[in-house]
Write a protein that binds this ligand. Structure first.
Ligand code: THU
Length: 140
């Protein structure tokens, strides 16, 4: 179990702030995220849609904000959801985040006080990353 630092808790507080902005009228499951990149914080919340599949997760919302600001290397992300246990990023978000540092720290919180931290690599081992595309032999 990775020890929780003050920096983790500070990032989690930004994720909790973002969670308050969640637009989740269908699931009523509110998620907030905060990314630490380039010395700045980028927040996101889940935004649902009447066409359910068009929903965007909080983590990807935060990632979009970081990239828009010119930061493509993420040191850490905090995620917080309404679950009793700390909310983990979904598989799609794990893959999306791996693009911007497969080893980033992931801090997770839920509706209660428990906090969990991990590395993205532990949550998504053997990720498909850019290096595989660089190995394209061209023999098709
Ligand atoms: N959700 C996220 O925002 N992030 C995740 O990693 C898991 C799921 C959102 C999507 C949807 O709005 C709600 O949580 C229920 O799945």
């Amino acid at each position: 179990m990775t020890e929780i630092t003050k920096a983790d808790l500070a990032l989690l507080a930004f994720a909790r702030e973002a969670q308050e902005k969640a637009y989740a009228p269908y699931s009523d499951f509110r998620v907030g995220a905060a990314i630490f990149a380039g010395g700045e914080i980028y927040q996101g919340c889940n935004v649902e849609n009447a066409a359910y599949g068009s929903t965007i997760c909080a983590e990807r919302g935060a990632a979009m904000a970081a990239v828009l600001a010119g930061n493509t290397f993420f040191d850490a992300i905090a995620v917080v959801g309404d679950s009793q246990d700390p909310t983990v990023p979904c598989g799609c978000c794990r893959q999306f985040l791996a693009e911007f540092n497969p080893e980033m720290r992931v801090v997770m919180g839920g509706a209660e006080d428990a906090v969990r931290a991990s590395s993205l690599e532990d949550l998504l081992p053997d990720a498909f990353v850019r290096g595989f595309l660089d190995q394209d032999s061209g023999a098709k």
